[in-house]
Design a protein around this ligand. Sequence first.
Ligand code: ZN
Ligand code: FE
Length: 268
Amino acid sequence: MHLYALLSDRIMLKIDALPAFSDNYIWLLQDLEQRRCAVVDPGDAAPVEAWLAANPGWQLSDILITHHHFDHVGGVERLKSATGARVLGPAQENIPARDLPLSEGDSVEVLGQRLRVLEVPGHTLGHIAYYQAEQQWLFCGDTLFAAGCGRLFEGTAEQMHASLSRLAALPGQTAVYCTHEYTLSNLRFAQAVEPNNPQIAQRLQEVSAWRAAGQISLPSTVALERATNPFLRSAETSVKEKIEAHEGRVKRSPSEVFAGLRTWKDSF
Ligand code: ZN
Ligand code: FE
């Protein structure tokens, strides 16, 4: 899947997914005019090196990191020493070879695009996301997934719920570039939570067909996530009632409903 954007200064940016490991994607942003590129979360250097080898004359200018897990930073040092690329990553985490530590509200320019930094703790405590407001791109690592969300390795359910609520409040057309191809199994869980949600049923059918054909299911959009991602829907009565029935006890707040969903999904 290709996404082109015509920018104000007429530079064309293209975003592709480089598959890594069994289900990771390394997002590759390409400035077609200047032949410069940037990558998000290169857990493995090899797919990026292979792309650069197949595309001579291209320069890797930036490496963007969302959080410290190995499947997101494993390729950083090799890529930086081979290309001299600048490494951007969360200030509050240990990121190999990081040049620019980033915190909430920071704004950085990458390939002529202004990216805003959002702190989204939950999966890890220092996890950040990158948002491009004009193009409406969101690079959100392992926080928001298509039809799901990251596991709570470091943060609390309350923190993750607050982080996801911030992302859900972005404009509906925002393209969601997350790091893993988990969409199909996430949708099976979504359907167990909301068996009567027609948009979930439709999306499950669509994504099943794409995956059977070997196609990527990303990027998603914020609007589609609001409609089909149970972890963004903990304020819905049907979702609240479902988790209450599943656990056999009453939930007081959307954040408690979210916590129940996350626990259920962990053993689904
Ligand atoms: Zn992770
Ligand atoms: Fe990951």
